[in-house]
Design a protein around this ligand. Structure first.
Ligand code: DLZ
Length: 163
């Protein structure tokens, strides 16, 4: 019955859910900190712009992206949260370290999300070069920390309603 169907929204700057009631964990990796700290700034600015209270944003730093899932679980165990946003940047090098780290972290975060129902957001850049990272951390392709924050708000709102 068509009338029972939800009309899909096009999400843009004007209709991101209000984040006033939401609680966030933000975990930031320090490897490539010129990039990750810029992503963090974009993320924080976006959360507060959409109403999140600074007292409801719990931030922790970890050495590298590989540590994100463990630390995300720690913060979610300690605090009552609606979403955990994980920020990192793994730049491809001469070895396969990037594949090991990226695959582990993606798998770790999705496992946590499915096991607990709490959204863990993959705010990890996986560029081939440092320049590609710069372009996505406030450069010509925007700031992916902003996108991670918007995803956190949308998923946090869903978690509050259905989780
Ligand atoms: C070891 C390593 C390397 C080579 N490259 C990166 C990187 O590009 N980005 C990043 O976030 N972390 C890197 N790491 C560190 C690992 O994430 C992790 O901190 C260490 O392997 C210790 O577990």
């Amino acid at each position: 019955m068509a009338s029972a169907l939800k009309n899909l929204s096009t999400y843009d700057e004007t209709n991101i859910p209000d984040a006033t009631e939401l609680k966030f964990g933000v975990v930031v990796a320090d490897w490539n900190k010129d990039i990750t700290h810029a992503l963090y700034e974009g993320c924080l600015e976006t959360l507060t712009k959409h109403g999140a209270l600074t007292d409801n944003i719990h931030v922790i730093q970890v050495p590298g992206t590989f540590e994100l899932p463990a630390a995300a679980r720690m913060i979610a165990t300690r605090e009552t949260l609606d979403a955990v946003i994980c920020i990192g940047c793994v730049i491809k090098g001469e070895t396969q370290h990037d594949e090991y780290i990226n695959n582990s972290v993606a798998q770790g975060l999705v496992n946590l999300s499915i096991a607990t129902g709490l959204p863990y957001i993959f705010g990890v850049l996986t560029p081939n070069t440092h320049q590609q990272a710069v372009d996505r951390a406030g450069g010509e392709h925007g700031n992916k920390g902003v996108e991670a924050a918007v995803t956190g708000i949308r998923m946090g709102s869903l978690y509050k309603e259905y989780g």
